[in-house]
Design a protein. Sequence first.
Length: 144
Amino acid sequence: MIRQIAFSDAEKLQKLNEEQLGYQISLSLTQTKLKQLIQDTDHHYFLVVEEKYTHEMIGYVHAEVYESTYAETIFNVMALAVDKRHQRQGIASLLMGQLEQEAASRGYAAIRLNSAEHRKEAHKFYEHIGYKGEKLQKRFFKKV
């Protein structure tokens, strides 16, 4: 079943982010950020797939509204993750399809996402569902 994310999903969200995406973030920070982001429905959109019998979150997508002075408004995918035990069952495709429908209903021009160079299987998945790799970039980061 697809549904909106809930604060009670924070623990599973933290585990998915760590196990599937490699982000080492504490549960307490996950809870703080989730509480903040789910209240900002104008800029953040979350969808969850839950397991049929246990109702446990087994996958999610998080997109942020991306606006700039040089392009039309789009969704920028911040995260897409599916529990390893439930991969290759169409869950990620379902989530992305629902995200595409939401983008279209809002009148957004496109959806974009970034995927690390080493995530070759993810790249194949995105290409399989119609996304095209546009460019290679270098990421710059500075803690303040």
